[in-house]
Design a protein around this ligand. Structure first.
Ligand code: CDP
Ligand code: MG
Length: 698
């Protein structure tokens, strides 16, 4: 088996100091000269590089802290932050950026009157890192160290270090553009370049400038990553970049010798090779692209692992993907008995910031699913594409978090050479509607915003068109947000969903819409369609609405809220209890926001008004039945099928439907659909009527 893989360089390959990072380092040194010593680089000399500490000596959290590379550089880090208002810090994964730098700042007195905020691209990272740091400070989460993620806030008046998702900080910036709660903001994992992070780069830069102009307390900004384009960031922030040398644990990197057409098969073969040859307590993390692939492989591994003499298994398979309930995601972090191997199947959600205890082997498929927006079609599509080299190294890094590890790449060295260096910023490939609305709510015109990389002109035009259709901006005046637009921006939701709520309040079905939007914002409430057996299908059929998936979801949630024995009821009906509880919490919070905004929470059983309300938000998501049985979307004229998870699948084909998501897997699919009347579409969306041939011809 080993002969199928070849080693990258030599057996002592260490993260970051190999290929990509070395190249980056060299580039940065070059540009250091070019930009006249704007960069001090590298920070640490070989003398202060931290030696690798044997695992046996790293058994307590306190000891572990002091052995981390950033610990040795703490004086220099603090000095740089003291002397400069903005600092970029780059060091390899696992060196202590996310967990240690906030603590250095805390001990240095940066949180005396205001907080230290650290943003994370994902909620699972914010939660797990906050727990770890609270433990390191012998405190409990919510006290000195807390976290805030969407619909969940575990902070108190004592909180000095606050981990939060970039989305949360962005929302706070609407209310408080100067971000006065914070003395320091650390924008972590900058290389991920999420839309939210990109907006925050501009917002914190502006807040810092304004605070200085108004003689208010200085806002220190720290940007951290293992793989960021330090040159690009350095120019944008006009600041220094520090490269902290030193490594934690070595990771051997093995590439496939031959390209594989079927990477799932290759992953499976590799996994069982590891299972035969590696000690049982060496856990494995496998990177895949999405839920369906993960669930299918999980079942296959569970089945295969039971094929032994007595039918028992010595593996525990855990899964981690965005649609999974958050508590289920956290199960991957629980320790396993010493005679059981943990196998975690994850999407890129496990790629940065997190440490899953026990992981010693990583298997990387080399692909990722990403959202792409086509401004001509006006539709977001999820596509499977090659990862970037930066992502490959981040994935590799997950194997060396708490001990030396090994990473199997199911792609060849030369395949990797064709990968892009860095991931394309999300802002350049996704729908910027929320971004534009957010900036307008801050009275900032997109054309005047200081973007690190500005969205494409045609994407912005498409976003203005959508916002105008939603009534969030004045027709013809792109920079003028309407009162409705301001209301919409107050919800932590996509503008389409906020519009649903505001329309519902007007027509009298707010209670129902609050419930539906909450379910849509939670995780999948049905136990995975793939794992679903006939009994589950029968149980789910009870909730089916002849109107479609939206009313089916509402039926489930309404019954759940009425039930006393909710947990048992969910088990009996193959429903995800945690997702429904989460939806209940979201509903409570959305109701509070609505009340604060002065919206009436009314209720009605009128299905027609409810569906028309749906159309007020999803007016761009209409599709018409074609002669061949497929559907043609009104925006973009794309041919697609109803998703197999729909209540309509193989049963009924309405003439005109509204859909929530457009997905691309083996085919184009429309997910979560509702039967609508053709005339409503024409009545409610006059622009479509005049612009769209398909609708006019119906
Ligand atoms: O941010 P960076 O990748 O530089 O490192 P970090 O997240 O601050 O983690 C530093 C070290 O702390 C890791 O290498 C792990 O050994 C340990 N850690 C952990 O054991 N459990 C966590 N939840 C987080 C970190
Ligand atoms: Mg980190």
């Amino acid at each position: 088996m080993d002969s199928k893989y070849s080693l990258t360089n030599n057996s002592n390959v260490r993260l970051i100091s190999t290929n990509f990072a070395t190249k980056r380092k060299t580039e940065a040194v070059k540009s250091d000269m070019d930009v006249k010593n704007k960069f001090t680089y590298p920070l640490s000399t070989p003398q202060n590089t931290v030696p690798v500490v044997p695992a046996s000596k790293r058994n307590c959290v306190g000891q572990q802290k002091t052995s981390l590379p950033v610990y040795n550089c703490r004086h220099r880090i603090l000095k740089e932050i003291e002397c400069n208002d903005t600092v970029l810090i780059m060091s390899e994964t696992g060196s202590g950026k996310t967990t240690q730098i906030p603590q250095f700042l805390l001990h240095e007195g940066y949180a005396k009157s205001n907080m230290i905020g650290i943003t994370q691209p994902r909620r699972v990272a914010a939660i797990t890192v906050a727990k770890r740091v609270a433990q390191e400070l012998s405190s409990s989460v919510g006290d000195i160290v807390g976290y805030t993620v969407r619909f969940e806030d575990l902070t108190s008046k004592n909180t000095k270090i606050r981990y939060l998702t970039d989305g949360i900080l962005l929302r706070e910036s609407i209310e408080d553009r100067l971000l006065l709660k914070y003395s320091v903001i650390i924008l972590d994992e900058a290389h991920e370049r999420t839309v939210n992070a990109d907006l925050l780069f501009g917002i914190v830069k502006e807040a810092q400038k304004e605070r200085s102009r108004k003689n208010l307390a200085t806002l220190k900004i720290v940007i951290t990553s293992a793989t960021m384009d330090i040159d690009h960031f350095g120019k944008y922030f006009k600041c220094k970049g520090l490269y902290l040398e030193g490594r934690t644990h070595p990771v051997r990197v093995l590439h496939a010798k031959e390209p594989h057409d079927d990477y799932i098969h290759a992953l499976l073969v590799t996994l069982f090779y590891i299972h035969r040859t590696e000690p049982i307590n060496h856990d494995v993390l496998i990177f895949l692209t999405g839920q369906e692939e993960i669930e299918a492989l999980a079942r296959q591994i569970r089945t295969l692992s039971k094929i032994n003499v007595n039918g028992t298994t010595n593996v525990r398979v855990c899964t981690m993907y965005a649609q999974l309930s958050h508590n289920m995601q956290l199960e991957c972090f629980l320790p396993c008995p010493s005679n059981v191997r943990k196998i975690v199947l994850a999407t890129n959600i496990a790629e940065t910031s997190i440490t899953i205890p026990g992981i010693r082997c990583v298997i990387d498929c080399g692909f990722v699913k990403e959202k792409y927006f086509n401004s001509v079609d006006g539709i977001d599509i999820l596509k499977t594409v090659r990862i970037s080299r930066a992502q490959a190294w981040q994935r590799t890094g997950r194997a060396g978090r708490d001990a030396p590890g090994i990473c199997y790449r199911v792609y060849t060295k030369s395949e990797m050479d064709s990968f892009m260096n860095l991931t394309q910023p999300e802002i350049l490939r996704t729908n910027p509607t929320s971004t534009v609305l957010h900036l307008l709510a801050m009275d900032v015109d997109c054309n005047n915003f200081d973007f690190l990389d500005a969205p494409l002109e045609e994407s912005l035009t498409s976003a203005y068109r959508s916002l105008s259709g939603l009534g969030a901006i004045d027709y013809g005046s792109i920079s003028c947000i309407t009162p409705l637009g301001r209301l919409m921006s107050q919800y932590p939701l996509d503008p389409k969903y906020s519009k649903l709520l505001i329309s519902a309040s007007k027509v009298g079905c707010m209670e129902e819409m609050l419930r539906l939007v909450s379910v849509l914002s939670s995780d999948n409430i049905f136990i995975s369609s793939i794992a679903k057996n006939e009994l589950a299908s029968l149980a789910h059929a009870k909730f089916s609405s002849k109107h479609g998936d939206h009313l089916t979801l509402l039926n489930v949630f309404n019954l759940f809220l009425k039930t006393d024995q909710q947990k048992v009821w969910c088990q009996d009906n193959y429903l995800n209890y945690r997702s429904l509880i989460y939806a209940r919490n979201i509903c409570r919070q959305l109701s509070e926001i609505s009340e604060r905004l002065g919206l009436t929470i009314n209720s009605s059983e009128n299905i027609e008004s409810f569906k028309k309300c749906l159309l007020s938000g999803f007016f761009e998501n209409i599709a018409i039945l074609q002669k061949d049985g497929s559907y043609l979307t009104c925006s973009g004229n794309l041919k697609a099928k109803i998703h197999p998870s729909s209540v309509f699948h193989l049963k009924y084909k309405p003439k005109c439907i509204l859909f929530t998501h457009f997905v691309q897997t083996d085919n184009y699919y429309l997910r979560l659909v509702t039967d609508i009347h053709m005339d409503w579409a024409k009545e409610l969306v006059p622009s479509l009527r005049s612009q769209n041939k398909i609708l006019n011809n119906c």
